[in-house]
Design a protein around this ligand. Structure first.
Ligand code: NAD
Length: 338
């Protein structure tokens, strides 16, 4: 196989970006087919990439498009069934986070992945493929900060994206599963341990619309891990200045911060308001390189017959922790994890 033929399901906010990356940025990959339930997105795919294999039915795409692999970028509640259908057809599968919206779903997917050892399966925890996070991981592994004792992760969406978030709230499975899951994954990755207790709080401070889904517009969680390290997470929807992703790992000998002042680039603007640096405005802008790198790794794994480091099990663990955080938030309880 010279080029991996990929079909993308879901052409929304992120699916369009993944498809475009496959066309323009990922080596040894070919965008062979796309699937969306929205005809206008398929028309755009035909025009932009000259594609003729455009489907409104996922199973038809799997049966007819002659694919080597699929990239699943559909709503989170469809991931489980779509991963399993593709694996059963012997395809390689890249799936956006979360792996599933409940631990029961994740266990089924993990079993299906294990049953197809020849297929490459990869989950889209793209921050692990962002150059700054990769660099920080290497520094920590080299012992630079000593023993890691605290992970702090802030993921706050721009206030300007609130209408979309409210529309998506019914299907998001809550802010811990939808947003904080990236920080949950990073905390496990950097601290190299699993949480043993978790306490989550939050509320609807600016947007009461989320109460009907028993969700918040800003939520946070505090965790202690089996190796005694700690993690603090904040997931929010009300950043006035842009897309605020900020990470810190504190160790016994030093600390590392990534994006402590999230900024678009190195430009400083001088005007009547003072001197400013602009912030990134969206996940697609901040993590463009990471989205390309992760799909490149997926393709390289297929061609080199090896497995990516982000496994289905990482997806299961992150979903379980997000579920427990949600339970703690809803019931105002400290949860001890077995
Ligand atoms: N890694 C990240 O930072 C990140 C960022 C955004 C979204 N995501 C994940 O990507 C996924 C998609 O999110 P989005 O914001 O792009 O969603 P979206 O609502 O913008 O797009 C959803 C897409 O799925 C398609 N779809 C819906 N039902 C379908 C079906 N039955 N069959 C085939 N296609 C169907 C729609 O036509 C649409 O193209 C979610 O799981 C989300 O968690 C990840």
């Amino acid at each position: 196989m010279n080029k991996v033929k990929i079909g993308v399901v879901g052409l929304g906010r992120l699916g369009h970006q993944h498809a475009d990356n496959i066309v323009n940025h990922v080596r040894n990959a070919q965008l062979s087919a796309v699937c969306s339930v929205h005809e206008d997105e398929l028309d755009r795919a035909k025009k932009e990439w000259g594609l003729d294999q455009c489907y409104t039915d996922y199973n038809e795409m799997l049966a007819q498009a002659g694919l080597d692999a699929v990239a699943i970028v559909s709503p989170s509640n469809l991931h489980c069934e779509q991963v399993i259908s593709a694996l059963e057809k012997g395809l390689h599968v890249f799936c956006e986070k979360p792996l599933g919206i409940s631990k029961a779903e994740c266990w089924v997917v993990e079993k299906a992945v294990a049953a197809q050892p020849k297929s490459v399966f990869m989950l889209g925890f793209m921050r692990r493929y962002d150059p700054s996070y990769t660099y920080a991981k290497k520094k920590i592994e080299s012992g630079y900060i000593g023993r890691p004792i605290l992970f702090r992760g802030y993921s706050v969406d721009p206030a300007s994206a609130i209408d979309g978030a409210i529309k998506y709230a019914a299907n998001s499975a809550g802010q811990f599963l939808d947003m904080a899951i990236h920080d949950i994954d990073l905390a496990r990755w950097f601290l190299q341990s699993e949480p043993k207790s978790i306490y989550a709080i939050g509320g609807c401070y600016a947007h009461q619309e989320f109460t009907k889904y028993e969700d918040g517009d800003n939520v946070s969680a505090l965790m202690q891990f089996e190796n005694e390290s700690m993690a603090f997470l904040l997931a929010g929807r009300t950043a006035p200045h842009g897309y605020n992703i900020e990470t810190e790992i504190i160790g016994t000998l030093g600390q590392i911060r990534i994006g402590s002042v999230p900024q678009k680039n190195l430009v400083e603007l001088f005007d009547a308001a003072g001197i400013r640096k602009e912030c990134t405005y969206s996940f697609s802008e901040r993590f463009h390189e990471a989205f390309v790198n992760e799909v490149q790794e997926f393709v390289d794994c297929i061609l080199e017959d090896r497995k990516p480091s982000v496994s289905a099990h990482d997806g299961t663990r992150a979903t379980i922790i997000a579920e427990l955080a949600t339970q703690s938030f809803k019931n105002n309880e400290l949860i001890k994890i077995d």
